[in-house]
Design a protein around this ligand. Structure first.
Ligand code: AQP
Length: 333
């Protein structure tokens, strides 16, 4: 059965990292290539919660668009657009605000995390607080079956379902089907190079995809491994060791990975060799995408055209949903 799939990426940073890629972008591209109706967008309005500088935002958007296209997003198959080009996202968000309570919103983790990290309520902007409502609008506009995301977004898809149910119940009409979160249990939460927390732009514990090769080398060489291993001859732990998790994702030479794991457990290989092989594997894995990106950078007009076409297609669908919603609540006949 052909499904409708929606997902987005916030251009809150200048680039995608391998956590974004394996947790979200790769599964999204696979769904696209399986022939489902896919809508993927750059969530530029969401980025305003943290990015307040015009040049930074413009550069972030451009980079994330190029990253996405280079990693296999096919505009012939996917409706690819910028959120702010489709005003229906904002329109639906305003309506949905009335179908979720303040109490429920206060339990959302993006907001709670900020509070726990010491931010006072006075410093949290309402864009961040309302983020899950705009995200519910982003999703529900296209009435999808599924939303492929990383584990950190599970709660946002759950609140989207709750809002949809509240809305349907209030208008006594099944306007919104309830979307499912598509989260892969193996790659839904890629660990960062600190070996502790989720890989995140804002935590600086990432492995880049398109950065300068020297930066990527430094990121990999600086990655946490087995802290109990003092010398290369000490037997090491492979399970949960980030460097081996990355090898499993990136290194296409499975025999080499198995050999490294065996030798690591026996204390017969140093961390440096394991990391150097990971650098080589990274170069091989992303070389096509990196070449594609260089080509796209020379064709920015074509990229802008892709986004304009995507926005026009998304608008057609989104407008219909707004019409239905306005009618259901009594704003239009
Ligand atoms: N470490 C991760 N493992 C698996 N999936 C991940 N995603 C993010 N980090 C990981 C998924 O990538 C998609 C796009 O994420 P986003 O940039 O819109 O938001 P994010 O989750 O906030 O990404 P970051 O890097 O953690 O950004 P900051 O530091 O700005 O908060 C989403 O589907 C996400 O689940």
């Amino acid at each position: 059965m052909t499904k409708t799939i929606v997902s987005g990426i916030t251009p809150s940073g200048n680039e995608l990292h391998i956590g974004n890629y394996f947790g979200a972008v790769k599964p999204q591209i696979e769904l696209q290539n399986e022939g489902h109706q896919t809508y993927y967008f750059i969530a530029d309005l969401h980025a305003l919660t943290t990015v307040k500088d015009k040049q930074t935002l413009e550069s972030n958007i451009k980079n994330v668009v190029l990253d996405y296209l280079s990693l296999g997003l096919d505009p012939e198959k996917t409706i690819f657009f910028r959120q702010s080009d489709v005003p229906a996202h904002s329109q639906l968000s305003v309506v949905l605000t009335n179908f979720v309570t303040y109490g429920h919103m206060k339990r959302m983790h993006a907001f709670k995390d900020k509070l726990e990290k010491g931010a006072g309520e006075e410093s949290i902007n309402m864009g961040l607080f309302n983020y899950p409502i705009l995200m519910a609008a982003d999703i529900l506009l296209y009435k999808p079956n599924g939303v492929p995301v990383g584990e950190d977004q599970r709660q946002h898809v759950e609140i989207t379902r709750d809002i949809a149910e509240n809305f349907n119940h209030a208008v006594n009409q099944d306007v919104f089907p309830l979307p499912e979160a598509y989260i892969n249990k193996d790659v839904g939460r890629i660990i960062g190079t600190d070996g502790q927390r989720k890989m995140s732009k804002s935590l600086g514990n990432i492995i880049s995809i398109f950065a300068d090769e020297n930066i990527i080398k430094d990121q990999i060489m600086g990655s946490y491994t087995d802290p109990n291993r003092k010398k290369a001859t000490d037997p090491g732990t492979v399970e949960g060791n980030p460097v081996f998790l990355y090898h499993d994702l990136i290194n296409q030479n499975t025999a080499e990975v198995q050999d490294l794991k065996n030798r690591y457990k026996e204390g017969a290989v140093g961390d440096v060799e394991v990391k150097q092989k990971l650098i080589a594997a990274h170069q091989a894995y992303f070389s096509t995408a990196r070449a594609k990106r260089l080509e796209l950078e020379q064709n920015i007009d074509q990229v802008n055209q892709i986004l304009a076409t995507g926005a026009a297609k998304a608008t057609e669908v989104a407008k219909e949903t707004i019409k239905e919603v306005y009618q259901a609540v009594g704003l239009r006949k």
